[in-house]
Design a protein around this ligand. Structure first.
Ligand code: NAI
Ligand code: MG
Length: 366
């Protein structure tokens, strides 16, 4: 057996169901570490940041928050957003502060069908829908440049400017990342999504970089699509997609659409990667704090648990990540489903079933 590995994980449960699902994800990871027979262990340190923290301290996280997080091996994040704080304050004060502060420029969002979960729209078989959405996570429409002014003109005359920032370097690194990801897939294909007919500066630059970089990957099939047409294609021909790369806003919207296609927002996992590994990367479900079901014990934990699998992958525990993904598939296949995907199971019951399915495989871990 190789040397023991100890991983320090910063946990930020955040608000609403973030707290409920992160607890489940942690439970699964702890189980895997125990079953690893000394191969690896986790130390989870929890940070109480979020909207409740804001109510007490007037900020979403500690002032030296990034400093506190920077030496961790990874960050496991639930969701933020609650009624007492405007959504743009909670998002910029915590999640975006971490993503941008740690240059987590690649946001990876796999979308796939799980056995036993009915897609709301189509019913292709499992193999047919399995793609990865790669989202530029450091600039574009979420650069935070702009302002509000002209209040002096009087009520009803305010002007707001929100600028997008596209740098050649930023476009190139995410597009290259998409091509490298495509090379690890059975079908080697990258689809780039923009709206360069209407946004003639930033998105045309993106398109040009895509065309240039694609020359270096002659083994990878490429496509360039406009986002409106792509929204329709997600619904009508999802099986024709493999790796999809888009800007911050475009890929954010498409990923919720993709996860709805797969059955529920509660299934969707994501990784915010700093591929250079200068800073910790952050793993989180795609969904938000879901105030409508918070506290009811019925949140789907799969998005968070599958984000844990992405974390295992990032930490070099490839076999464990694959086992976990298989245990998730088995669990949904057994009909252990929360209400959002048509079942009657509670959050903890789905996790219990995933852990039971992992235990059946424990022998192969050693
Ligand atoms: P949401 O993702 O919280 O919920 C949308 C719908 O999906 C709701 O009906 C909810 O019940 C359902 N849903 C989401 N996750 C689920 C799960 N695991 N199991 C079962 N059902 C689930 O998005 P919404 O309502 O737009 O936002 C609520 C709050 O979350 C806002 O404050 C928003 O700013 C914040 N938010 C935070 C995010 C983050 O921290 N990364 C991402 C998206 C929203
Ligand atoms: Mg989103």
């Amino acid at each position: 057996m190789s040397e023991h590995q100890h991983f320090r994980i910063a946990v930020i449960p955040g608000d609403g169901i973030g707290q409920e699902v992160i607890q489940e994800g942690q439970r699964v990871l702890e189980h895997l570490a125990q079953a690893s027979n000394g191969k690896f262990s986790f130390q989870f340190d929890s940070f109480p940041w979020g909207s409740e923290y804001y109510a007490k301290h007037g900020r979403m996280m500690a002032e030296d928050g990034l400093e506190q997080l920077k030496d961790y091996d990874a960050i496991y994040f639930g969701a933020v957003g609650w009624k007492n704080v405007p959504d743009h304050v909670s998002l910029w004060g915590l999640r975006l502060a971490i993503c941008q502060g740690f240059d987590q420029w690649a946001n990876i969002r796999p979308v796939r069908f799980l056995p036993g979960v009915e897609s709301k729209l189509r019913h292709p078989n499992v193999e047919e829908l399995d793609w990865i959405l790669i989202r530029e996570n450091s600039e574009g429409e979420y650069s935070g440049f702009g302002g509000r002014n002209f209040t002096g003109r009087g009520k009803g005359k305010e002007v707001a400017v929100q600028s997008s920032v596209f740098t050649e370097e930023g476009c190139e690194r995410i597009i290259r990342f998409a091509f490298e990801t495509a090379r690890t897939r059975k079908r080697k294909k990258v689809t780039s999504v923009t709206k360069s007919n209407a946004q003639q500066y930033g998105m045309v630059l993106w398109d040009e970089v895509f065309a240039r970089v694609s020359q270096e990957y002659p083994d990878v099939e490429t496509e360039q699509w406009l986002v409106d047409a792509m929204a329709a294609r997600f619904v009508l021909k999802p099986e024709t997609l493999e790796v999809v790369v888009g800007s911050n806003l475009i890929a954010d919207i498409l990923s919720d659409l993709g996860s709805a296609l797969a059955g529920s927002l509660g299934l969707a996992a994501s990784a915010n990667l700093n591929p250079d590994r200068r800073y910790p990367s952050m793993f989180e479900p795609v969904h938000g704090s879901a105030p409508d079901i918070a506290g009811a014990g019925i949140a789907n934990p799969i998005g968070t648990i599958a984000s844990g699998a992405l974390m295992l992958e990032h930490l070099g525990l490839h076999e464990e990540a694959a086992l976990l993904n298989r245990a998730i598939e088995e669990t949904t296949g057994q009909g252990k489903l929360t209400p959002d995907v048509g079942g009657t199971s509670r959050t903890t019951e789905v996790t219990d079933a995933i852990i039971a399915n992992l235990s059946n495989k424990a022998a192969s871990l050693k």
